[in-house]
Write a protein that binds this ligand. Structure first.
Ligand code: TYD
Length: 208
């Protein structure tokens, strides 16, 4: 593949969206052809699967949940991510396989290995060149510190224990794949966090 693939991961309310916005501005300023996308979603079909997955009124078993995230991922990879990488673009994806490993593998207790297996077909050998993990315990997230409670979707409505397990899952993935995943502890200064992220992207040689 000519392009480079970056994913951004983290628990709820830790400033991931803010950092993605800053990254988008950065790539635009640098004049680098970058595609920003998200999971679950990114294509019309995957966005429809997202609606099912995040609908508070629906309940799905952990295994069906993991399978649906994987199916949406496969659709996204084949119809958006791979074509963009083949064109030489930098693809930046808001969440990817590590969210499945943390949320479904650890928090839903399916096991990291089982969720990896479920995703082996889905990801079609497409693994990120770099994963930025925003390393903040959801119990102390910026959102919690501000006291804002947002229960927009099915995942956000889960218990504190569930989100603590997601965090544990991400930490486990950092240990398992230290060459791919870089943990960045966010500071209160969002620009400082942004600079730390850009540094990691530069270190990987994705931008100069
Ligand atoms: P989203 O609103 O995009 O969350 P955020 O703004 O926090 O990124 O919703 C995506 C939710 O889906 C989020 O709670 C994480 C969850 N998720 C999984 O459980 N497994 C996955 O594989 C992915 C990609 C996301």
């Amino acid at each position: 593949m000519k392009g480079k693939f970056i994913t951004v991961e983290g628990c709820e309310g830790v400033g991931k969206s803010t950092q993605l916005r800053l990254l988008k501005d950065f790539f635009e300023r640098e004049g680098i052809d970058a595609l920003f996308t998200r999971e679950p979603g990114g294509t019309p079909v995957a966005e429809r699967i997202r609606e099912i997955l995040l609908d508070k009124k629906l309940s799905v078993s952990p295994i069906i949940e993991a399978e649906l995230f994987a199916v949406a991922r496969n659709e996204h990879i084949n119809n958006l991510i791979k074509p963009a990488l083949e064109e030489g673009k930098v693809v930046i994806c808001d969440r990817y396989i590590d969210s499945s490993l943390a949320y479904q593998g650890v928090a839903r207790n399916l096991g990291i290995d089982r969720v990896y297996d479920i995703n082996s077909y889905a990801r079609d050998n497409c693994m990120p060149d770099l994963t930025i993990f925003i390393d903040m315990d959801p119990a102390h997230s910026w959102r919690k510190q501000r006291g804002t409670v947002i229960l927009n979707d099915r995942m956000e409505g889960e218990s504190n224990e569930f989100h603590a397990l997601c965090y544990k899952g991400f930490k486990e993935m950092c240990k398992r794949e230290p060459h791919r995943i870089v943990a960045i502890v966010p500071s209160e200064d969002k620009n400082a966090t942004h600079e730390a992220i850009v540094n990691e992207i530069k270190k990987k040689g994705i931008v100069c």
